[in-house]
Write a protein that binds this ligand. Structure first.
Ligand code: CAA
Length: 382
């Protein structure tokens, strides 16, 4: 049993995140969606607020907060700009969490501390041109040579790809052992043979930066740049992604909440048949459906975050939260457009951005189809 009890600290995090999102992120969100420009200054300010390493212990430069605080902040930020949400999520729940959980003290000092303080940005590099959902099929290889590893291969769809400084890169180190022969490496911006591709022109989350990466004889020292044990990389990736999925559930929740608030406001203002459309039962039913789905998504997300804070198994809860919240984001965004009628279909009214941003939450950090597999396996185990 878990008790979902928000504390004063959680409420404080919500009001800080909400104020920051409203005052700093919102004014330029539409322009960034149009230009695709990466929000460097906003990410720097998020770092100063302690939002880039929220769950990292203070000892390593983080804010020492719990996962519930993190999802609350993610919802508020993503409500206004889901691009900023994903930049923050990858740094917090994929890169910082992996380094804090699996890193040596030396790696934490050197790589985690600047990431947690927001002085550097991280990226998580698992997907490849031929390995998305089937993440065991790594073509990127690393071969040991004189105390170093030499990495060759290509990674695809890497969030924070062109802007990150520190990259967690998964590579096959023993092909015969299949997923037990995958290792996680730390690669730094500027290393010889490491090239970053051009930023993808995406449908949504347009100001977040996604690209492919290529590694040609990139040499990293064994003693400092292997994260966790050699051959345990796939397990590290899976464990990290459990937590990552909670972050994406919170991002999806924020998108849904943003779309809902826009629809609610419009329904009260827009008149048809001599009254606000909010008085029409057709619209009221839609608003009720949207509201209940959002509330359910929020509860599933808070439940998964609470279980993580209690160090319980989160595999099923995280997958359920992500599956439901991402579906909710898409459905609520569609309903918000429908409530806006023709105005919902044009860029000027801004609701269509919620739908474009929502769609990716059903794809990255494990597609909805993968979440079904993960949940079914856990249900069948019980
Ligand atoms: N948590 C912990 N461990 C897990 C796990 C989980 N959720 N899922 C699998 N594992 C472990 C298993 O216990 C097993 O460990 P051992 O070998 O030590 O016993 C090992 O991983 C292999 O598991 P399976 O045999 O179940 O592997 P599979 O190939 O049948 O299925 C999968 C695995 C669930 C399909 C997995 O490949 C998966 O989750 N795929 C989706 C990949 C994904 O989420 N990619 C996201 C890319 S990153 C991203 O999007 C970030 C971004 O930029 C926003």
């Amino acid at each position: 049993m878990i008790a979902l009890q928000l504390t004063e600290t959680h409420e404080m995090i919500r009001s800080t995140a909400r104020e920051f999102a409203h005052n700093v992120i919102a004014p330029s969100a539409v322009e960034r969606d149009q230009t695709g420009e990466f929000p460097h200054d906003i990410v720097q300010q998020l770092g100063e607020l302690g939002f880039m390493g929220m769950m990292v212990a203070e000892e390593w430069g983080g804010s020492g907060l719990d996962t519930v605080s993190y999802v609350i902040a993610m919802e508020e930020i993503s409500k206004v700009d889901a691009s900023v949400g994903v930049i923050m999520s990858v740094n917090n729940s994929l890169v910082c969490w992996a380094l804090e959980t699996f890193g040596t003290s030396e790696q934490k000092e050197r790589f985690l501390r600047p990431l947690a303080k927001g002085e550097k940005l991280g990226a998580f590099c698992l997907s490849e041109p031929g390995a998305g959902s089937d993440a065991t099929q790594q073509s990127t290889v690393a071969v040991q040579q004189n105390g170093s590893w030499v990495i060759n291969g290509t990674k695809n769809w890497i969030t924070n790809g062109t802007t990150a400084n520190i990259y967690l890169v998964f590579a096959q180190t023993d092909r015969e052992k299949r997923h037990k022969g995958i290792t996680c490496f730390i690669v730094e911006e500027g290393m010889e043979g490491f090239e970053r591709g051009k930023k993808e022109d995406k449908m949504g989350i347009r100001s977040s930066d996604t690209c492919s990466l290529s590694f040609t004889n990139v040499r990293v020292p064994h003693s400092t740049h292997v994260l966790g044990e050699v051959g345990r990389g796939f397990n590290i990736a899976m464990e990290v992604l459990n937590g990552g999925r909670i972050g994406i559930a919170a991002q999806a929740l924020g998108i849904a909440q943003g779309a809902f608030e826009a629809a609610l406001k419009y329904a009260k203002e827009r008149k048809a048949f001599d009254r606000p459309i909010a008085d029409l039962q057709a619209i009221q039913f839609k608003l009720a459906e949207m509201s209940v789905k959002i509330e359910a998504a929020r509860l599933l997300t808070l439940k998964a975050a609470t279980l993580k804070d209690q160090h319980q198994n989160i595999i099923k809860a995280a997958a359920e939260a992500k599956l439901f919240a991402s579906k909710t984001a898409v459905e609520v965004a569609l309903d918000a457009i429908q409530i806006h009628g023709g105005y919902g279909y044009v860029r000027e009214y801004l609701v269509e951005r919620f739908l474009r941003d929502a769609k990716i939450t059903e794809i990255y950090e494990g597609t909805s189809e993968i979440q079904h597999i993960v949940i079914a396996r856990e249900v069948l185990k019980a």
